[in-house]
Design a protein around this ligand. Sequence first.
Ligand code: ATP
Ligand code: MG
Length: 442
Amino acid sequence: MSITRSIDTSTGPTVISRSEHPISRANISPNALKVLYRLKDAGYQGHLVGGGVRDLLLGREPKDFDIATDAHPDDVRRLFGNCRLIGRRFRLAHVLFGREVIEVATFRALHDSNEEEGGARHVDDEGRIVRDNVYGTIEEDAFRRDFTVNALYYNIADFTVIDYAGGMDDLKAGMLRLIGDPETRFREDPVRMLRAVRFATKLGFRIHPDTERPIKDLASLLGDIPPARLFDEMLKLFMGGSALANFETLRHYDLFGQLFPLTERSLSHEQEHFPLILISRGMENTDLRIQQDKPVTPAFLFAIFLWQPVRERAARLQAEGQHPAQAMQHASSQIIEEQGNVMAVPRRFSLPMREIWMLQLRLELAGGRRSQRVLSHPRFRAAYDFLLLRGEAGEVSKELCQWWTGFQETHPKQRDKEAVQAAPRKRRRRNRPRRARGGEEA
Ligand code: ATP
Ligand code: MG
């Protein structure tokens, strides 16, 4: 079986001339152009490939520019002083221009190997299962790529676009289609299922029915992907401006539970739509912030996804006799550890996430001198935003949220008096036992 098994390559590629496509050098990063020209002047092929070409053809601004060449990594390094090679099995060259990194990859082929299924499987540096992986021709390089629209090459030699896999037609039709046999390609690298969702929502494309069909059956293969790689993919899915659409689409294909099994379990037995609303609103806010160029942190995203599992766990521990703060501490630790088995959550994110959760207990106790101390907590702002989200989802009262909004806005000198006078008294009373609210709705 070869990678090109279901693809007719006998006719060769379609070559689209400069006058028939809209890609202009004016829209390509000057540094990427420098690399392309230097490769060409040294006698090598130089092509822009992947998202760069796809997005330019769609009139979108590419996130980054990837280059493919027939030069070997060592040749690339010789050509560029500002270059480092990364990866072990497959070395890629990173050409550095200040903060911009231009990735230069040598054409690669996925070779047929007889022991493909039963025999030795290789895992590359990122944990992808790969077949025999060797340098190859541009044509081979095209067919080892994931989607047809990601396999278009912009050739610096004559400014043509080279299309081996039918990507141009799919691009025009708004269709995301895996190259080759979908099931084989998903098994080869299950992360392609997540990529399918990400590209479909980002580009507003439909996933081709043949590509879509095997996803639900194969979703569980994501369990074999190293937690660190899943974390990277999760960031791309939820920090790229389409968090809500990705959340919904991932759930549609049974993929969300592979990333957040505890959350998926909570969602499946939800009552009054609470965790669903919390997550949906949270994703909506995240997308809005990104649109407005405001910062978003993975800590906050994780805090949202894992909140319901944490409050359910805390409620259980409390029912077993633990003090509320203690229950929340333990629940946080447990949930973070369990999520970590699936997806690596670096401590620089899990620590602030835990603080956001712990602060919720203190925020539920509006009023009193303690309120001022919470204000100066470095994580107060995030915890307050989180409280507002809980308010929007109907988990805490609007009055509580408003109280904290007002409390912050007042001049620091007035806060003292205010804390005592204006705190909703009922709430103070009700919150005195500091029960984790998780128990009620869980
Ligand atoms: P963007 O950078 O906008 O997220 P992209 O298409 O450039 O999208 P990258 O992850 O940067 O995505 O990968 C660059 C190219 O490398 C892809 O367009 C695709 O051709 C190829 N590629 C990346 N990941 C895979 C994969 N898992 N399987 C096959 N090909 C891949
Ligand atoms: Mg890219």
